[in-house]
Design a protein around this ligand. Structure first.
Ligand SMILES: NC(=O)c1ccc[n+]([C@@H]2O[C@H](COP(=O)([O-])OP(=O)(O)OC[C@H]3O[C@@H](n4cnc5c(N)ncnc54)[C@H](OP(=O)(O)O)[C@@H]3O)[C@@H](O)[C@H]2O)c1
Length: 278
């Protein structure tokens, strides 16, 4: 398959992550095995799931039954919000490992900081322990703002390998991405297509017609050239394949700048400073 054409990025602990993966948010469990199997056939080897999505088991089944060696895969899951208490977090890691049934996790994230629910520093210390025990090759965070990261950097030992945050042409997160980079934390851009919101954009369409590619492909290529990790979700096999065909064209500096100019501070998901739902 075509996985070898996906570049990898070295995380701060020498684990390498494929820069392009397949997202599974909002894929119902009963559809997940088929969607992931289709993605594997298209060439994806990096899958992003979460306890919250309720589809870890089906992701694991698709990977195990593919016949492709486990070592070729990179699978991320995330700690669900009710399990921030340290003992619960330790148990949740095992729950994810059991559900996926793929051996140690490649990457495990705190899904949301929930700044007014418990203390995410204590949660992080619990994940540090699981990392040291070999349960996850790398650990990271998701939806962490700079202030949240500053606390982890000051008060804990392991620097998060990634910060998975909302990023798309209408919400480019330049200051937080720069902070991540300065501290050796890889930015993963969730909702890279703005959950569909960018697909009617005229500037992206114009760039697409210049390079002979779809708006989705232009947008994903822009993310890759900025150095972020992306995992677009599609339940539509032709779109999953389209989103993988990103390595035989490039955007010029001028085309990149036109996409940069679309930034509109337009957040689609919850603000992590205010989101505390367990
Ligand atoms: N950490 C977090 O808090 C968090 C939050 C959200 C997402 N995520 C992760 O990030 C992944 C990606 O984000 P996302 O799923 O929210 O949004 P997304 O990937 O930006 O967009 C997905 C939407 O775009 C459509 N789409 C995909 N490819 C397309 C194409 N080539 N042409 C036209 N439409 C296309 C999909 O439709 P169809 O499926 O109908 O084809 C779906 O409606 C998630 O799946 C999840 O793994 C993480």
């Amino acid at each position: 398959m075509a996985d070898h054409i996906v570049p990898t990025i070295a995380l701060n602990n020498a684990v390498h992550i494929p820069q392009l993966g397949f997202g599974t948010f909002q894929i119902p469990p009963e559809d997940t095995k088929a969607a992931v199997t289709t993605a594997l056939e298209a060439g994806y080897r990096h899958i992003d799931t979460a306890q919250m999505y309720g589809n870890e088991k089906q992701v694991g089944e698709a990977v195990r039954e593919s016949g492709i060696p486990r070592s070729e895969f990179f699978v991320t899951s995330k700690l669900n919000n009710p399990f921030h208490a340290p003992a619960d977090a330790v148990e949740a890691v095992s729950t994810s490992i059991d559900a996926l049934d793929l051996g140690p996790l490649d990457l495990y994230l705190i899904h949301w900081p929930l700044p007014e629910v418990g203390d995410f520093v204590e949660t992080w210390r619990a994940l540090e322990g699981e990392h040291k025990a070999g349960k996850a090759r790398a650990i990271g965070v998701s939806n962490f703002q700079q202030a949240h990261l500053e606390r982890l950097l000051a008060e804990t030992e392991v620097v998060p390998a990634v910060n998975q945050i909302e990023v798309h042409p209408y919400f480019q997160q330049s200051p937080l991405r720069a902070f991540n980079r300065e501290h050796g934390i890889v930015t993963e851009a969730w909702a890279p297509l703005g959950q569909g919101a960018v697909l009617d954009d005229e500037v992206l369409a114009a760039v697409g017609s210049e390079v002979g590619r779809s708006v989705a492909q232009v947008t994903l290529r822009w993310h890759l050239q900025r150095g972020d990790v992306v995992f677009p979700k599609s339940s539509t096999p032709a779109r999953a394949a389209e989103n993988f065909a990103l390595f035989d064209f490039a955007l010029s500096d001028e085309q990149m700048s036109r996409v940069d100019a679309l930034d509109a501070d337009r957040r689609l998901g919850p603000n992590p400073d205010e989101f505390n739902r367990v």
